[in-house]
Design a binder for this molecule. Structure first.
Ligand code: SF4
Length: 409
């Protein structure tokens, strides 16, 4: 099989992995800077679109995860790159400016160690022999030895270990060859090394890096019955325990037929994935706890409202708050006020007493914020209302696009 045929098979096989969007690092390289990771096209934290070569090293798998196209029992075309082939493709594409980096994942080919070694060799050759300064995101194979992971981290910007499913019960059922000890063991090892390396580099700026863009994971949503509350609680624990940079949520796409999977006509709405990302954002940047976003009484995210608005409606007795005196943390909890908006309010009110026209100029989304905030003790337009009325006002009118978002996979 020639390299072009392998590329067709192994780039197509990689498309189901969502854990490569960007957030994060910069590496001064011979050929310029790149930031962060991603699939084909991704966005850096500053909004820059970058392109990455996203491929598998191999789709020959010794495992048989029920939901996966590459599982051992599927009759599909198989291919495996050599280390040199990936190095060649990556450098060729990079020199031609087709890509700014590499996202390399793999099925478990021969053994976790064998797969991890080959992936590490790709990164090592790119950095050491080719002087490659682009972004490298390597998928770490659970069960691979710590030494190989440690070496991979020396050359990669980011490592990731897929958690795959939101509970151990579902992992045992749908990915019977995998086990949580290997997955959490790898995450723990990477997280520990990442934090230690960060500290080391504060003391010695020239100390070698270890995955400077941190590590991430991916969870499949909808292949198993866990509630959004279980998922967000798990993510919150992963952030706290393993210093993860990102949890990626991937709406389950029915590829295989198997009694252990949901009926093929049961489609996971993209809106669910979208809402989980919004909830995740609240965990990471808005100081929300998982329990606040999804209490026992509301275990699934609202279809009509983003999680912050849903929380504010449930907690309307704590509003309105005064823009001129509320703490930064409380400003962040107002629907329509983001991190930048809250910072602008805190800065501006040092010099003047704010009114609603100031807030509008700062980019606050008054359509939502007006129900939850006062300026100089006044509510906008003397708007006195109830959570029910606010919900009716804010409830989106379903457009054709919304319906597509709800249905599309
Ligand atoms: S380990 Fe499981 S999810 Fe990964 S490629 Fe193999 S069958 Fe697919």
């Amino acid at each position: 099989m020639n390299i072009k045929e392998k590329l067709d098979i192994l780039s197509d096989a990689a498309k189901y992995d969502a854990s490569c969007s960007s957030s994060g690092s910069s590496r001064q390289g011979k050929h310029g800077n790149t930031s962060s990771s991603g699939i084909c096209h991704s966005w850096t934290p500053d909004g820059r679109c970058i392109s990455l070569l996203k491929i598998l090293l191999s789709n020959v798998c010794m495992f048989d995860c029920v939901y996966c196209l590459n599982r051992r029992s599927n009759d599909i075309r198989r291919a495996t790159f050599t280390v040199d082939e990936i190095v060649k493709i990556t450098t060729d594409f990079y020199k031609r400016n087709y890509i700014e980096g590499l996202f390399l994942s793999s099925a478990v080919f021969l053994s976790p160690d064998d797969t991890m070694r080959r992936m590490m060799e790709v990164a090592k050759k790119l950095r050491r022999e080719k002087g490659f300064g682009g972004y490298i995101h390597l998928k770490s194979i659970p069960g691979a030895s710590d030494e190989l992971v440690e070496e991979a981290g020396r050359y990669a910007d980011r490592l990731s270990v897929n958690i795959e499913l939101p509970s151990n019960v579902s992992l045992n059922k749908l990915a019977p060859d995998k086990n949580k000890e290997d997955i959490f063991g790898s995450m723990s090892y990477i997280g520990k090394n990442y934090l230690e390396n960060k500290e080391e580099r504060k003391k010695h700026r020239k100390a070698p890096t270890f995955a400077p863009a941190g590590h991430s994971t991916q969870m499949i949503i909808g292949a198993s019955p866990e509630s959004d509350r279980q998922i967000v609680t798990l993510s919150s624990g992963l952030y706290d325990k393993f210093a993860l940079k990102r949890v990626y949520y991937s709406a389950y796409i029915p590829i295989n037929e198997d009694v252990r999977l949901p009926e093929p006509q049961i489609i996971t709405p993209l809106l669910r994935e979208h809402r989980l990302y919004q909830a995740d954002w609240l965990l990471r940047f808005y100081n929300f706890k998982a329990d606040e976003i999804l209490p026992v009484t509301a275990p699934n995210l609202d279809v009509d409202f983003d999680p912050k608005t849903a929380w504010a409606l449930r907690n309307y007795h704590q509003f309105p708050i005064e823009a001129n005196t509320a703490s930064y943390e409380w400003l962040l909890r107002v629907p329509g006020i983001g991190v930048q908006g809250a910072k602008r309010i805190v800065m501006a009110r040092r010099h003047t007493s704010l009114d609603f026209s100031h807030l509008k100029k700062m980019g606050i989304v008054m359509k939502r914020a007006r129900f939850f905030i006062t300026c100089r003790g006044h509510i906008l337009d003397n708007l006195r209302t109830s959570p029910q009325m606010i919900a009716m006002t804010l409830k989106p009118k379903k457009s054709v696009e919304d319906t597509q978002l709800l249905l599309k996979i």
